[in-house]
Design a protein around this ligand. Structure first.
Ligand code: AGP
Length: 607
């Protein structure tokens, strides 16, 4: 998730741009830059690293002028570097961008074939080339050039474009990524986030999907992509700056729970090949015949994602999979070698135990694939292959959107492998890919029902302990639900394999112990229902997470939360959402520091 800001007025742009980007720093980024117009040309100043680096560079290379655009980059395509930083300038055109151009490879090849040269690895630079080309081909103004260039682009984006040939205009366009216009007196702003411009104006216009906006010092004109003018009343923002950072949500964790449909959609972009019923791994070529075994190594929530991954890959690719806690693997003198593919799962890409585990695996000749949310972080840099989630920066210490996008990334990998081992038919792959692309809407349906979990949190939130039960790929979700609850509410919670309850935890059951049971439709449904009966026979309170359309479960549980159905292998991506919301509302009810729970760090870079 990148930060975007543009200014056009009579004041010097650079201080306003830098001030706005500083307000967006909380979101995390790896590079920053500005492009400011003055006396016939716009000057781009940009660099890898923090805003302080950019400010230092600006003292040596001042960017004067009263119209400009600024950007903080969260790398998705192309490593963090000066060249890959935004803005990108091609001819008279400067562009900044938040999102992912899905057809970037085809467009790059098409432009290169017609003689374009690229200075970066980014998908964004492609758009600068497209707009510049439209001007050369006779577009009557910048708005028209942007409109025509957009017709070639697929994916999620918020673009802001500036041209040396039309210095009184900023043009912006939105599809899936956020974009807002700020209104001033004789000056106007564009931004990815209200936070960036709240210090300058509280009068804003939110741009909708498929809209393009032309901003001058005196006017803001919104049109759709066909050029039809759209009217929109400005809104007055009453949020405080802190509230604005959280998009109006009370905590980052709640914001990030609600961001999951977008995060999953972004993680799917450019990887689902519906024409061939296949998955593209960003150009990664795995020698599937070489690997006789896959070993996941991870910690915490990423370990739970790995446990789900075992079910996905064994079911779809029929490759033997093991899952190991990184902190155990690294000290176990593991029997691992060239026939093994070790998959390191790490949101931060900086977890020391996981890093040391893959160093051990590499020492013993194994190949390593990293699944991470931070491009070019330490673990992907150590690995032989890297496959990124596109969740955007995750600020809350308790991992939510990183987890569900890890599950999506592993599901994509499992389909890719299954199509190559021959274990997965085209037909079955088609069903799975169709279900994958429906996940964002199904996740939206679940998080839109958050109020029910708020009620249940009030009902059960005073308990002194919780038990979470699940079978098969729902067992890791039981573990994850327990981890979420304990790490942010400080209430003890245990996740257990439902089949194991009778081997001990059943002694815990009484009327004071809420038991959260994952019981989606599937091959284990009847067995889980019998587990529920055992719990209720001992006065345990049962909260069941079941599948929409299940009209029987209500007679086996005290409370039921229903989630949409999906392919069996993908169910964990949906069943975890009510558990995230339950833990959030229980913790919020207790008044704990949900985003920064006691004793915890977002990235555990120590032993
Ligand atoms: C998740 O809610 C926890 N904050 C923690 O368990 C985390 O998943 C673990 O530290 C691993 O972090 P990583 O994914 O960045 O490697």
């Amino acid at each position: 998730m990148c930060g975007i800001i543009g200014y056009i007025g009579s004041r010097q742009a650079t201080p306003i741009l830098i001030g706005g980007l500083r307000k967006l720093e909380y979101r995390g980024y790896d590079s920053a830059g500005v492009s400011v117009y003055s006396e016939g040309t716009s000057r781009v100043v940009r660099c890898r690293g923090k805003l302080a680096n950019l400010e230092e560079k600006l003292t040596r290379e001042p960017a004067a002028g009263t119209i400009g655009i600024g950007h903080t980059r969260w790398a998705t395509h192309g490593r963090p570097s000066d060249e890959n930083s935004h803005p990108h300038k091609v001819g008279p055109i400067s562009v900044i961008h938040n999102g992912i151009i899905e057809n970037h490879l085809a467009l790059r090849q098409e432009l290169q074939a017609s003689g374009s040269h690229f200075a970066s690895e980014t998908d964004t630079e492609i758009f600068a080339h497209l707009v510049a080309a439209q001007l050369v081909q006779g577009a009557e103004n910048l708005t028209a050039a942007v409109r025509r260039a957009l017709q070639k682009v697929r994916g999620s984006y918020a673009f802001v474009v500036m041209s040396d040939k039309e210095p009184g205009t900023l043009v912006a366009a939105k599809n899936s990524s956020p974009l807002v216009v700020g209104l001033g007196e004789g000056e106007n702003y564009v931004a990815s986030d209200v936070t960036a411009i709240l210090a300058e104006t509280r009068k804003v216009i939110f741009i909708d999907e498929g809209e393009l906006v032309t901003v001058t010092r005196e006017a803001v004109v919104i049109t759709d992509f066909e050029g039809k003018v759209k009217q929109r009343e400005p809104k007055i923002i009453t949020w405080s700056a802190v509230q604005a950072e959280k998009g109006g949500f009370k905590h980052f964790m709640l914001k990030e729970i609600h961001e999951q449909p977008r995060a999953v959609a972004d993680t799917l972009v450019g990887r689902v090949d519906l024409e061939n019923d296949d998955v593209l791994l960003d150009g990664i070529e795995l020698d599937v015949k070489k690997f006789k075994r896959i070993i996941f190594v991870a910690c915490g929530t990423s370990y739970h994602a790995s446990m789900v991954g075992e079910f996905m890959i064994e079911a779809l690719a029929r490759i033997p999979v093991e899952v190991d806690l990184a902190s155990e693997f690294r000290y176990r003198d593991p029997i691992v070698g060239p026939g093994d593919l070790v998959i390191a799962v790490s949101q931060s890409g900086e977890t020391l135990d996981t890093m040391e585990a893959i160093r051990e695996a590499k020492r013993k000749g194994a190949s390593v694939l990293a699944i991470s949310n931070v491009v070019e972080s330490s673990i992907p840099r150590l690995a032989d292959y890297s496959f990124y989630t596109h969740a955007g920066p995750e600020i809350g210490v308790a991992s939510t959107k990183a987890f569900t996008t890890q599950l999506v990334a592993i599901a994509l990998l499992a389909v890719h492998l299954g199509r190559r081992t021959g274990a997965l038919s085209k037909e079955r792959a088609r069903v799975l890919l169709s279900e994958l692309v429906q996940l964002p809407q199904k996740m939206t349906d679940i998080v839109d029902g958050a109020a029910q979990l708020q009620v249940l949190a009030r009902r059960y939130g005073k308990a002194h302990g919780f038990l979470f039960l699940g079978r098969s790929s729902q067992y890791p979700i039981a573990l994850e639900g327990a981890l979420k609850l304990k790490e942010i509410s400080y209430i003890h919670a245990e996740g257990y394999a439902a089949g194991e309850m009778k081997h001990g935890p059943i002694a815990l059951i009484d009327e004071h112990l809420p038991v959260v049971v994952l019981v989606p439709k599937g091959p284990h449904y009847e067995k889980i229902v019998s587990n529920l009966a055992e719990v209720r026979a001992r006065q345990g309170k049962v909260l069941a997470i079941a599948t929409k359309g299940d009209n029987d479960i209500g007679s086996h549980a005290d409370d039921v939360v229903l989630v949409p159905d999906t392919a069996l292998e993908l169910q964990p991506i949906l069943t975890v959402l009510p558990l995230q919301l339950l833990s959030y509302y229980v913790a919020d009810g207790k008044g704990t520091d949900v985003d920064q729970p006691r004793n915890l760090a977002k990235s555990v870079t120590v032993e």
